[in-house]
Write a protein that binds this ligand. Structure first.
Ligand code: EPZ
Length: 421
């Protein structure tokens, strides 16, 4: 196991480049299953989750060449439209092969993802939508078996704005016969990016980014060569790190339009956030100079749940009290006990966490539990003048490309060390 050792307390200065968006890359890699053509994806981040997805595509028989930031996939040779438990349990996003496989091969056998650290995260909406399009769905020893000779269009009302549910159904509808409406669709920038890729492949998707998406099914989709949008969550994590430590950093390739809710909260807290050519600049005197602020996470364009833990790290030091409400997942406060061990003053009542700013956090050995909780602990460690060790850093590597290599040039004292619990 590896850990990150951080000797914080220093402001951050300079420029950092954002990698491609993990949560755009994962569905887009699955879109390659919809065509026999050879697809090329660029600006793909070098992440564990990308490697896991490529391994799943290879398991099914697709040809892949993974040399981030370029990934080539040819789905023509898929002979086994199945996603085994061993791979799905590593990464829930594996369920994104379900829609493309049923649409292209008329059959899919995908392990149910099971819960994860942040909640139950069922896929009932994915299955309901596929059934509406004519698939028969069977549960078989922990696997979903979905079959349909040819999916047909349908009008599908989603009970909640599920991101991967919207993506799965958009991909399935692209090759269905007739017209599909996804009502109550998720509106994340990654949904719009997937629609752009599908349309470049010859699909007819309209309305992505709004809560009603129209898809006119087509007979065939062709190969695509596409560069993936930057990762708004990684970008936001860097902005919050500078807000916490103080300093002046230019986050290159960050797209302000994808990040408005976070930018508004950073400005309200008193950080200076500037749109500049090619990215976003953030300036701050450090978390102790900031005002506490309330957030309630919500589907886009609300405050992203994937930024909640990182924002909370800053609020543990900001002046006053901040009320954090996690409305999307039922258990996304795994970072709270670890922050408390560093001296944070946080009380959790169900989905609400009340954070009272303290004068400083002490270093500690802390345990990462999920991807964004790990990022939160790195931010907390960067503010503390004594040593922090973030264990189980594999969680972090799922969604952050060598975070220590990106932080060191900004002045952070952070090393990756072998060993640790
Ligand atoms: C996506 O997960 C992201 N992952 C998550 O990012 C992100 O936190 C989440 O959307 C919310 O924005 C990818 O895009 C690969 P949901 P997803 O379906 O699609 C419930 C990260 O850190 N729900 O939008 O799995 C579900 O339980 C990860 O990068 C159902 O009840 O999330 C949850 O409470 C973590 N039934 C809520 O909806 C369903 O069929 C939102 O889930 C589907 C979802």
């Amino acid at each position: 196991m590896e850990k990150l050792v951080i000797d914080g307390g220093l402001p951050l200065h300079g420029e950092v480049l954002v990698s491609g968006a993990k949560n755009a890359a994962l569905p887009i890699l699955c879109a390659s299953l919809l065509t026999d053509g050879a697809c090329t994806f660029r600006n793909v981040p070098r992440l564990r989750d990308v490697e896991t997805m490529a391994a799943l595509l290879r398991f099914m028989g697709a040809e892949t060449d993974v040399t981030p930031p370029v990934v080539n996939v040819r789905g023509a040779s898929v002979a086994r439209p199945e996603a085994p438990y061993e791979l799905v349990k590593q990464m829930r996003a594996s369920v994104l092969v379900l829609g493309p496989l049923v649409a292209r091969h008329g059959y899919a056998k995908v392990s149910l993802p099971g819960g994860c650290a942040i909640g139950a995260r069922p896929i009932d909406q994915h299955l309901k939508g596929l059934e509406a399009m004519g698939a028969t769905i069977k549960l078989d020893h922990g696997y979903v078996v979905a079959e349909c000779k040819r999916l047909h269009g349908a009008s599908i009302h989603l009970d909640m704005a599920t991101v991967t549910g919207t993506e799965n159904l958009m991909m399935a509808a692209a090759l269905a016969k007739g017209r599909t409406q996804l009502i109550g669709a998720a509106r994340e920038p990654e949904i719009e990016e997937l629609a752009r890729v599908l349309n470049k492949m010859g699909a007819k998707v309209d309305g992505a980014g709004t809560d009603v998406i129209h898809i006119e099914g087509v007979e065939v989709l062709h190969a695509v060569d596409h560069a993936i949008i930057p990762d708004r969550i990684e970008a936001g994590t860097f902005l919050l790190a500078v807000a916490a430590t103080g300093g002046d950093v230019f986050v290159r390739d960050a797209i302000p339009e994808h990040m408005e809710p976070l930018l508004a909260k950073l400005r309200a807290a008193g950080a200076e956030v500037l749109r500049e050519e090619g990215g976003i600049r953030v300036r701050s005197e450090g978390a102790r100079s900031l005002k506490g602020g309330d957030i309630a996470t919500a589907p886009h364009p609300g405050f992203p749940t994937d930024m909640q833990a990182q924002f909370m790290a800053v609020m543990t030091l900001a002046r006053g009290t901040s009320v954090v409400t996690e409305s999307v997942f039922e258990n996304r406060y795994m970072h709270v006990p670890e922050l408390s061990r560093m001296g944070a003053d946080i009380e959790v009542h169900g989905r609400v966490a009340v954070v009272k700013g303290v004068a400083g956090l002490s270093g500690a050995s802390v345990m990462a539990t999920d991807l964004r909780a790990s990022a939160c602990l790195v931010i907390a460690g960067l503010t503390s003048t004594d040593r922090t060790e973030v264990l189980r850093v594999y969680h972090l590597d799922r969604g952050y490309e060598s975070i220590e290599k990106k932080l060191r040039p900004l002045g952070a004292r952070i090393e990756r060390v072998r060993g640790g619990g």
